[in-house]
Write a protein that binds this ligand. Structure first.
Ligand SMILES: [Cu+2]
Length: 152
């Protein structure tokens, strides 16, 4: 009889651990995708793979002078200095780098805030010397709100 009870006990324990295992499997199989969908829905994190934007410094300008992104987008900037050594900074996004003449640099950032953010060349290059007070080689990063479609 004792052996029978012991067997029943083992069977019940096994049923319980099986149930726990199933709950864990369900949590991963159903819960994880649900969490991802929820995250997208609530607007956490990125919405798309990196979008690449190329900027070229030369002739006293960074071109293009306006670059676009959407909140939630990861933006990869490719910066080339074809004439002179220049810098590139978007202070609001904490981006600053120097691009030596004839070289290129890349940087990535996640567009987290909508708005218009100035960029410019922060180093005293030739174009700054002519009019020291003006921010030369300047332009705008325009970040549209999430979900907007009016982008180039
Ligand atoms: Cu410059």
């Amino acid at each position: 009889m004792a052996a029978f009870y012991s067997l029943m006990e083992t069977w019940r324990d096994r049923r319980r651990s099986e149930a726990v295992a199933w709950i864990l499997v369900l949590a991963v199989v159903v819960g994880l995708p649900a969490l991802v969908v929820l995250a997208r829905f609530l607007g956490w994190g990125e919405i798309s793979p990196a979008s690449g934007i190329s900027l070229i410094a030369g002739d006293g300008k960074w071109r293009p002078e306006v670059i676009h992104a959407v909140v939630g987008q990861r933006v990869r900037l490719r910066l080339q200095a074809v004439e002179g050594t220049h810098g590139f900074t978007i202070p609001d996004y904490g981006i600053t780098l120097i691009v030596p003449e004839g070289e290129e640099r890349t940087t990535e950032f996640l567009a987290t805030r909508a708005g218009r953010f100035p960029f410019y060349c922060p180093i005293p290059c030739d174009h700054d010397r002519s009019t020291p007070s003006a921010r030369k080689m300047a332009g705008w990063l325009v970040v549209a709100p999430r979900g907007s479609v009016d982008r180039p």
